[in-house]
Design a binder for this molecule. Structure first.
Ligand code: AMP
Length: 421
């Protein structure tokens, strides 16, 4: 127990943190170029926020939340996703009073009691976007193109974008009734989850992964055929914008979110080479959510991308960058008497912005050189007792193998010059 982390969690070890930083840096660059600002919200919230903001009939709320009572007996939940929390922060800090729309992004851990497997964890990380305050399809197209830009920038081009419209509270009841009519005599054949979805949330039957349910939903009516005028024009507008931007898409009528505050656009990006967990990005419009959370009716749209899956895709395609642990200078003290001088030198090098390390293991000269090679270090600065006495340092260029005795006071200057060459 003590030497194993909880199921579904992963340590990100030093040899892969560089990959995470690379992905996070790409996120920041892309978001900056699209004029999005970062927001950081807590990893836990009042449970009520998620009951409202995700919906009590969803799998997340019914089966997957990490909920507990804190010592003050409040019900707290580790965030399973971040849209509800961003909306809460938007209302709490009156971000609607600033320039509109509010364009935000976040990066952080999410928690779901999911069945762990490759690409599916109980603590995982999402990069997400939320835009609040803009209702036209241009914002939908913008966030989709941001996601595509992000993947392309990492070198992932083999993407499939699926889009759909889930309508609005005006046209959805008509569709819902049609769908119930279609499924009525099939209910006994559906899985237990879908049997209960039939009354509460029949659209969710369409995205059930159970094979029998998939078979029985063949031929079901499509939401896009039942859209009201406004939703039709929004959906057509989005398709036109995506086409204009050269972004390929496929309309997928099975892409649904059955709750009232999810409206109009729903989309998913898949990266097929990932196999079973190929969904790398999911998003959609939620024009009813802000009001559901107690604010003025405000349109909103967002997406979330699973960072672990992005990293799996990069690994699969050999697109991970080469991460170096190289240092500019390795300071090698020889003998305990030289340690203080070596440490002073190390401090000066670092203060001058030079990447430096030194031996902390009392190694022999040979072992220190071997260790310096492993980094690799560009230079080794040796201080033996002779050098100490003469205020000198033996500087070895590890690339050329040449070495020279120099005044200790000149070292920083020499290294800076050497690196510039
Ligand atoms: P969702 O919030 O369920 O729409 O998920 C958005 C994205 O987060 C998915 O497309 C996945 O890439 C990722 N994701 C969701 N759940 C998990 C999980 N349990 N483990 C890893 N990634 C996940």
């Amino acid at each position: 127990m003590l030497t194993t982390g909880p199921r579904g969690t992963k340590d990100i070890l030093p040899d892969s943190c560089g990959y995470w930083q690379y992905v996070e840096q790409t996120i920041r660059e892309v978001c900056r170029s699209f004029a999005y600002q970062e927001i950081r919200t807590p990893v836990f919230e009042h449970t009520e926020l998620f009951l409202r903001g995700i919906g009590e009939t969803t799998d997340i709320v019914e089966k997957e939340m990490y909920t507990f009572a804190d010592r003050g007996k409040r019900s707290i939940t580790l965030r399973p996703e971040n849209t509800a929390a961003v909306v809460r922060a938007y209302l709490e800090h009156k971000l609607y009073a600033g320039p509109q729309p509010t364009k935000l992004f976040y990066i952080g851990p999410m928690f779901r009691y999911d069945r762990p497997q490759a690409g599916r964890y109980r603590q995982f990380h999402q990069f997400g976007i939320e835009v609040l305050g803009a209702k036209g399809p241009a914002v939908d197209a913008e966030i989709i193109s941001l996601a595509v830009r992000f993947f392309n920038k990492l070198g992932l081009n083999d993407l499939k974008l699926f889009i759909n419209s889930v309508g609005c509270p005006e046209c959805r009841p008509v569709y819902r009734a049609k769908l119930q009519e279609f499924f009525r005599d099939k209910v006994p054949n559906l899985c237990a989850d879908c049997q209960s979805r039939f009354d509460r949330n029949p659209m969710r039957i369409l995205d059930c992964k159970n094979e029998t349910c998939t078979t029985h939903s063949q031929g079901a009516p499509h939401m896009v055929d039942c859209l009201c005028e406004e939703c039709t024009s929004h959906f057509n507008g989005l398709k036109e914008l995506l086409t204009a931007a050269g972004i390929n898409f496929v309309t997928n009528p099975r892409l649904v979110r059955g709750l009232d505050y999810y409206t109009k656009t729903a989309f998913e990006i898949q990266y097929a080479p990932l196999g079973a967990q190929s969904a790398v990005c999911g998003g959609g419009r939620y024009d009813g959510l802000v009001a559901e959370c107690g604010g003025q009716p405000t349109p909103g749209i967002g997406f979330a991308i699973g960072i672990e899956r992005v990293l799996l895709a990069l690994e699969k395609q050999a697109l991970l960058p080469v991460i170096t642990s190289a240092v500019d200078v390795f300071v090698a003290p020889l003998g305990i008497k030289t340690q203080a001088a070596a440490f002073k030198l190390l401090t000066e090098l670092r203060q001058a912005g030079i990447t430096a390390d030194m031996d902390f293991m009392d190694r022999s000269l040979k072992a220190q050189m071997k260790y310096a090679n492993k980094y690799p270090a560009k230079f080794v600065a040796l201080i033996g007792e002779d050098e100490l006495e003469q205020d000198k340092v033996m500087l070895k260029n590890m690339e050329t193998g040449s070495q020279e005795l120099i005044n200790r006071a000149e070292l920083v200057h020499m290294i800076t010059e050497g690196m510039e060459k």
